[in-house]
Design a protein around this ligand. Structure first.
Ligand code: AMP
Length: 445
């Protein structure tokens, strides 16, 4: 099966060949003909399956087939949850459409709106947007959605997780009723099913990737380690394994920043990427990571969603996600397009339940390997043992509260045990007062 068999026009075949694609991926084999035939589509597919080309290629073909309809207002709208994904889709659309006269624009929040207003004024055929910024632009009269014929909801599950349902509903009200709708989602919750039911008319259902396929191709393992030693073990794994590119997941923005500094302190080049970073900083960090100028990219779930980093060899779950499905998304950052990859999880005692939930979802165990011996190197001076012992009780409790958990939003079980011999060493009791909220944590002592 080749792309030519899918009914794509020569201009697109040329662009695809130049990208180095030989064969369509399963989602492309099914989605491209369905979209070209004018059908609504409900597709279960994750990032990494080639889903973007699955909807972008046929849309480009249809849009270029009726140039007389071309005007200032876009005819196709792709909604995505994150800026990075939006930018990536727009890049892909421009790449695939390089031999066509299709104008693609992308709009997302977190950056100056004015250039986006100007870009929309210049006119476009395909608009890729995050929902909030799109509504802002519409309210300001800059985005005209009255001529949309094609709507794609990409990573719809993530958009709902991120609370975009109301924005999506508002956008839907602004669109013409007569249109072709495509919904892509890695997972199917009841909310997604409801949305699909409301949105799609007799859709072609495609499920190319059982949602845990990453699980099949990514080599997974876990190490048990007290949370205060995670950073040392991570530094050890990076050094000893001679890792050159590792994406590390933390649960919180603050945790990402802190780990990034700690890695840097341990001599490992790192950058953090999360929602509090400016778009420019995120792009800069991502580029540095892709080009191999930094070894570790420390990211929160949301920021990493949709990132397409070619042949990413290592993913580390520095903290397990609260939602088991997110584990699958995370490890899906590696092992992409059939390439192998390794995902390592660092499990502290309080995360045992989270690991069990993940294993239940995967329907298999994540192998827990013996934790290798590693050195605990404090970057900053250790707190003298005597001082640690003479603290007031309240203070002492707050020191023991794991800073990584201090920002956990729901679901996590911060209670943890101090039963690890190594965790009793004075240098591990270094206070991190500014991040601790001792009262929230149930302590073992
Ligand atoms: P996506 O799931 O759309 O994020 O795509 C994942 C990665 O697969 C991207 O780097 C694409 O460039 C790449 N890709 C998409 N389609 C193909 C194909 N048919 N053959 C090889 N690579 C592809």
């Amino acid at each position: 099966m080749s792309f030519a068999n899918l009914g794509l026009m020569p201009e697109l075949l040329r662009a695809v060949a130049e990208k180095g694609y030989d064969t369509p991926t399963p989602i492309q084999r099914e989605a491209i003909p369905a979209v070209l035939a004018g059908r609504d589509v409900l597709a279960g597919a994750q990032t990494g399956t080639g889903k973007t080309a699955g909807f972008v290629l046929p849309l480009l073909q249809i849009l270029s087939g009726s140039p007389e309809r071309r005007g200032q207002a876009p005819r196709a709208l792709v909604l995505t949850p994150t800026r990075e994904l939006a930018a990536q889709i727009a890049d892909n659309a421009r790449g695939y459409g390089r031999y066509l006269k299709i104008r693609t624009q992308v709009v997302f929040g977190g950056v100056n709106i004015n250039p986006q207003i100007s870009a929309l004024k210049a006119g476009c055929d395909l608009l890729v947007a995050t929902p909030g910024r799109l509504l802002d632009l519409q309210q300001q009269g800059a985005a005209n959605l009255s001529r949309i014929e094609f709507l794609v909801l990409d990573e719809a599950d993530r958009m709902l997780d991120m609370g975009f349902i109301h924005d999506i509903k508002r956008v839907l009200k602004l669109l013409p009723a007569q249109r072709q709708n495509l919904l892509f989602s890695a997972t199917y919750s009841d909310d997604i099913r409801n949305l699909a039911q409301r949105l799609l008319r007799e859709p072609v259902s495609i499920q190319v990737t059982p949602r845990n396929t990453a699980v099949e191709i990514v080599e997974q393992c876990a190490y048990r380690v007290p949370k205060e030693h995670k950073r040392h073990l991570l530094a050890h794994l990076i050094r000893e394994g001679d890792w050159h590119q590792v994406l590390v997941f933390t649960r919180t923005k603050h945790g990402a920043n802190r780990l990034c500094q700690q890695l840097e302190g341990a001599g490992i080049s790192a950058a953090a990427i999360h929602g509090n970073k400016s778009q420019a900083a995120r792009v800069k960090a991502l580029e540095a990571f892709k080009q191999g100028r930094i070894v570790a990219l420390v990211a929160t779930e949301v920021a990493a969603r949709g990132l397409d980093i070619k042949e990413l060899p290592h993913v580390v779950n520095y903290e397990l996600p609260n939602v088991p499905e997110d584990y699958v998304h995370r490890i899906g950052r590696t092992g992409r397009a059939g390439a192998g990859g390794a995902a390592v999880s660092l499990i502290s005692p309080d995360e045992a339940t989270l690991l069990r939930d993940i294993e239940r979802l995967l329907k298999r165990a994540v192998p827990v390997l013996p934790t290798p011996p590693f050195t605990v190197n404090e970057a900053s001076p250790a707190r003298p043992a005597v001082a640690a012992r003479t603290e007031s009780r309240a203070e002492s409790r707050s020191h023991r509260a794991a800073p990584e958990r201090s920002e956990t939003r729901g679901g996590g079980k911060p209670a943890h045990s101090r039963a690890h011999g190594s965790a009793q060493r004075p240098h591990d009791r270094r206070p991190q007062r500014s991040h601790s909220r001792g009262g929230r944590f149930r302590q073992g002592s």
